[in-house]
Design a protein around this ligand. Structure first.
Ligand code: MN
Length: 138
């Protein structure tokens, strides 16, 4: 058994090219073949978010704490609360991040493609797009 110790894995600041605002990443796992699993605990400060991006095999986001935002391109922004799970379809442009006035932490889970491809990154999310009101939570 391989126990990856927290002490050996400092929190990393997310790369500025692909995020707006301060975002911190705690690695959970990068699976070794035959596993294709990848999981990261991501902490967004208020107003922080990813750039537009897509995942070849989709992505599952589990909201751990705070209030978040997620949007598939062409759809309304959705609000995320602790215990919510958002399922992002494969090859679909989207973004996720914190509400403007709340921290947000989610566990991001995905798999690489058969050929080993991971996330594809696009442009940053504009303030106009980010500030659109989220759909009411049912
Ligand atoms: Mn994503």
């Amino acid at each position: 058994m391989d126990i990856k110790r927290a002490n050996d894995r400092p929190t990393k600041m997310a790369p500025e090219d692909n995020f707006t605002g301060q975002v911190w990443q705690d690695p959970v796992i990068v699976g070794e073949a035959p596993s294709r699993m990848r999981a990261t605990n991501v902490s967004f400060t208020p107003g922080a978010r990813t750039a537009w991006h897509s995942h070849p095999v989709g992505q599952t986001l589990y909201c751990v704490t705070g209030i978040g935002r997620v949007q598939l391109e062409g759809e309304q922004v959705q609000e995320l609360h602790p215990g919510d799970t958002a399922v992002i379809p494969p090859n679909t442009r989207h973004w996720h991040g914190a509400a403007s006035d709340r921290l947000f932490i989610h566990l991001a889970m995905s798999e690489t493609s058969d050929s080993g491809a991971g996330t594809e990154w696009f442009e940053k999310v504009s303030d106009d797009d980010y500030n659109k009101p989220p759909a009411p939570v049912g």
